[in-house]
Ligand binder design. Structure first.
Ligand code: HEM
Length: 418
């Protein structure tokens, strides 16, 4: 039996404790170190979350909850919670993009925008986007990987996500790995604006100015292409769906921020999980579990580990009264991981649904795209029926979204290539 399976076996029998099991199994230990490297406070926050049933108040941070049902109740209650006031991402982005964000992110304009963009990422359009954006590059990677070469999946994920952005937004960019890495870095830079805002979302003027320059770099081309962009780019589709130029630019910025680091994080971490837990063997034995494998990877990695909201109006949850103006942090990583370790044969968990994509009116718009991207990566890894192993790994330090900086994988049956 492969070593990775031996490591995972005892974990299946126990109830998960994110703190102690984090140190007991290979997969948990790596996820734990990955979260610490990204933000040292994260594992502590996640551990605190175990006591947040349904919620507790943490001095300096506000309320926290890791209870899936409470989390959903918060995210689906726009009368009592908002992301627009200080403490939410809407407030953060309004300072950079302008006051129209207040309407488009959470106001009446948001409902309108979501209604019109509902068809933007369906299972079908997403699979087509992935095929079109990645087809050639994935084939190159597959050939190299199956021939026994090492592939740095973290680097490849950043390249692929950069390529996806260029394709979706119809950006003028050179067709090279380095150009796509650069696009990814720019998106990362923009998202980094949110770093350090868990407790306070008021940005200093210099951060606002720097972020505006990046937004212009990423979306400046849209003014010119908007009238003529092809219907198979997001810009063309937004226009065809009746979105205005401003809405299209705003949504494009959101896509960059919400859908780049999260997706890249999930891709490499999925590879690590498949190897560390030994679950790749179960998937190879039963390829029809692909959809499960992807859903489980999203649950266990929960690449957006926390979601912040502000309390709009007083309300009572359990025996606690939350006051208008207070903050609440939904610990999605903890809420999702309390359900157990990564198992490709685990059924859908009704209580958690897809909490890794949030819930309610801000439920991730790109969920189907993220799933299509992950499916492609899992197929790249084990689609030929042969297992792979992780040769080396490095965790990303001080990053907003916990992610591998490097994760080198190699086919087990292939000759050693270096
Ligand atoms: C594994 C990958 C991803 C994860 C874990 C993820 C997670 C999330 C979460 C948790 C939210 C809700 C945030 C909140 O309520 O404050 C969200 C919103 C959003 N996501 Fe994703 N996301 C992923 C990939 C993507 C992709 C690929 C795209 C598109 C290219 C995307 C576009 C969006 C947008 C536009 C929103 C804002 C929706 C709104 O406010 O109405 N995401 N995502």
């Amino acid at each position: 039996m492969p070593v990775a399976e031996d490591l995972e076996a005892p974990v299946r029998e126990r109830t998960l404790n994110p703190l102690t099991d984090g140190l007991g199994s290979s997969a948990r230990a790596h996820e734990h170190r990955l979260l610490s490297a990204a933000r040292p406070a994260l594992p502590f926050l996640n551990w605190l979350g175990m006591f947040a049933k349904p919620l507790i108040k943490v001095p300096g941070l506000g309320w926290i909850t890791a209870d899936p049902l409470t989390a959903r109740a918060v995210l689906t209650d726009p009368d009592h919670f908002t992301l627009l006031s200080e403490g939410g991402v809407g407030h953060l982005w309004a300072q950079i993009l302008g006051d129209w964000v207040y309407d488009l992110f959470d106001g009446p304009g948001h409902h309108d925008l979501r209604t019109r963009s509902r068809e933007l990422f369906t299972e079908k359009t997403s699979a087509a986007f992935v095929e079109r954006a990645w087809g050639g590059r994935i084939e190159d990677a597959r050939r190299a990987f199956e021939a026994g070469e090492d592939v740095d999946l973290a680097d490849l994920s950043r390249i692929l996500v950069g390529q996806m952005v260029v394709t979706l937004l119809g950006m003028p960019a050179e067709d090279s790995d380095e150009a796509y890495r650069e696009i990814f870095r720019t998106g990362e830079e923009l998202a980094a604006t949110a770093l350090g805002t868990t407790a306070d979302t008021v940005l200093p003027p210099e951060k606002i100015a720097a972020a505006k320059v990046i937004v212009e770099k990423l979306t400046g081309h849209i003014d010119a292409v908007f009238p003529t962009a092809s219907g198979d780019t997001i810009i063309g589709r937004c226009r065809d769906l009746g979105l205005t130029l401003q809405e299209t630019k705003g949504l494009s910025t959101l896509l960059m921020v919400a859908g780049t680091e999260t997706a890249a994080s999930a891709m490499a971490r999925t590879a690590a999980l498949l190897f560390d837990t030994g679950e790749q063997h179960a998937l190879i034995a039963k390829p029809s579990l692909l959809e499960n494998a992807v859903r489980e990877a999203l649950r266990v990695t929960s690449p957006a580990p926390i979601i912040g909201r502000s309390v709009l109006a007083d309300l009572t949850i359990g025996r606690h009264t939350l006051r208008a103006g207070e903050r609440i942090v939904v610990l999605t990583w903890t809420a999702n991981n309390l359900a157990g370790a990564y198992r490709v044969d685990r059924d859908y968990i009704p209580q958690n649904r897809q909490l890794w994509f949030g819930a309610g009116r801000h439920l991730c718009l790109g969920g189907p795209l993220a799933r299509a991207e992950l499916s492609m990566i899992v197929q790249l890894l084990v689609g030929d029926g042969q297992p792979f192993r992780v040769v080396s790994r490095r965790y990303g330090k001080g990053v907003l979204i916990p992610a591998y900086e490097s994760l080198v994988v190699r086919k087990v049956t292939s000759p050693v290539s270096r």
